[in-house]
Design a protein. Structure first.
Ligand SMILES: Cc1ncc(COP(=O)(O)O)c(C=O)c1O
Length: 425
């Protein structure tokens, strides 16, 4: 019998084929997926950081089923329905001083976020960061600089987008003393404003509070705080992309809490819908009130079933799963640091909560992409699903659900250790 992969080959273009595995999956429960050839695999990818409460959480299944019995689609531009308004109420209550606009994907939310910044400031330009991944739509792609492959073929992008260096201290473009953020990362904005774009032409500066596809890079706290002050000085909207790092992923409801910085606007997606396509743009009330009817919209955004799932997912997250992510993240990171002592090819262990990565390098921090692929393949053979990140695909990321337990992390560590030992022997 043909596998799902073989069938897909005939009808799905290369761009739509799975980039990471050939697995055919029939079921997901909690931290595990089950394949059509009878394997049970520990899933530390979660559909790329989307199933933050695990696969098919029974409360999510129940809420979605109940909602489907009443209304599957209404259209938020047309009517009001309970799950849409209730999720907005609960999320804005959790975030404070905000309003929320729902859409379907992370890219769409980022397009919305920059449209809102332009609309609210009546300014044209946006600054993004090197290493950033904001998505695949024409708007979000133009903000993306984690890999030129994402931009190749589509040059001639939306204009007036500029890039600053992200403070990646492990691969810093200037020397780092005592682990402190070099002044360069702050001072670069003076250069950008003096030479490329006047600050009063800048509508927004968009950044991931933990860079995702770019390699799970955590910026220094003082840098994020500097960004707030900089934006306040010039009336620029500070925009956070919390598509991947939001919704409990880093051991806080939103990653911004680690830095004590509130953006003017932020986007989120992935974990917000417990696996259903749902995303959101949050904005401070006075900013959101400038976004008038017709200035943005969409048919499916804030789908009733996705919002119903989002509501129970939020309850599960606030009811203990976020605290669990913080505790398990700390434990997991400690285990990865122990692994680093054993295998010096692990150049860096980093990340917040359960958004963790190890970077594999040769001498002088040269990326070891081939070894990274071998470790990931070997881990999968042994029953652990992982994927890479980083421009050179030489970091392995760990994004288990916020509900993961110590025994599952121990199982992953045993497999990982054995994969390193096998690949390095
Ligand atoms: C930080 C970040 N922003 C935006 C996106 C794009 O989200 P989507 O794939 O849902 O469009 C992603 C996806 O990986 C992401 O990690």
């Amino acid at each position: 019998m043909e596998t799902l992969y073989e069938r897909a080959l005939k009808v799905i273009p290369p761009v739509g084929m799975a980039r990471y595995t050939k697995l055919g999956v029939v079921k997901g429960i909690g931290s595990y997926i089950y394949t059509d050839d009878g394997r049970k695999i520990l899933d530390f990818v979660m559909g790329i950081g989307a199933n933050n409460v695990g696969h098919n959480h029974p409360l999510v299944v129940e809420a979605a089923r109940k909602q489907m019995e009443n209304l599957i689609h209404g259209g938020h531009n047309v009517v009001y329905y309970e799950s849409y308004v209730a999720l907005a109420e609960k999320l804005t209550e959790a975030v404070g001083d905000s309003m929320i606009y729902f859409s379907n994907s992370g890219s769409e939310a980022n397009d919305g976020a920059i449209k809102l910044a332009k609309c609210a400031t009546e300014r044209p330009a946006i600054i993004s960061f090197m290493g950033a991944f904001h998505g695949r739509t024409m708007g979000a792609m133009a903000l993306t600089a984690s890999n030129s492959a994402y931009r190749k073929h589509y040059e001639g992008m939306i204009p007036s987008i500029y890039f600053a260096h992200y403070p990646d201290l492990y691969h810093s473009v200037v020397p780092v003393a005592d682990g402190k953020c070099p002044d360069f990362y702050m001072d670069q904005f003076k250069t950008i404003f003096d030479t490329i774009v006047d600050p009063y032409s800048v509508a927004g500066i968009i950044m991931e509070p933990e860079q995702g596809e770019g390699g799970y890079i955590v910026p220094p706290k003082e840098f994020v705080q500097f960004m707030r002050d900089l934006c306040d000085t010039y009336g620029i909207m500070l925009i956070f992309d919390e598509v991947q790092c939001g919704n409990g992923r880093t051991g806080k409801l939103y990653c911004q809490e680690h830095f004590g910085v509130k953006p003017d606007i932020f986007s989120t997606a992935k974990g917000i819908g417990a696996g259903f396509p749902l995303s959101a743009v949050f904005g401070k009330k006075d900013v959101m009130e400038k976004w008038l009817p017709g200035a943005h919209g969409g048919t499916f955004g804030g789908n009733p079933v996705a919002c119903a799932a989002g509501l129970v997912s939020l309850q599960i997250l606030l009811g203990g799963a976020i605290d669990n992510a913080a505790a398990m993240g700390q434990y997991f990171k400690g285990q990865l640091e122990e692994l680093q002592k054993k295998y010096p090819v692990i150049g860096d262990v980093r990340g917040l909560g359960l958004m963790l990565a190890i970077e594999l390098v040769k001498d002088n921090k040269v990326p070891d992409t081939a070894l990274t692929s071998r470790i990931i393949e070997t881990a999968l053979e042994k029953g652990l699903l992982l994927i890479n990140c980083g421009t050179y695909h030489n970091a392995i990321r760990f994004i288990p659900p916020c509900t993961v337990c110590k025994e599952e992390i121990d199982e992953a560590m045993t497999i990982l250790d054995s994969a390193f030992s096998e690949c390095l022997s």
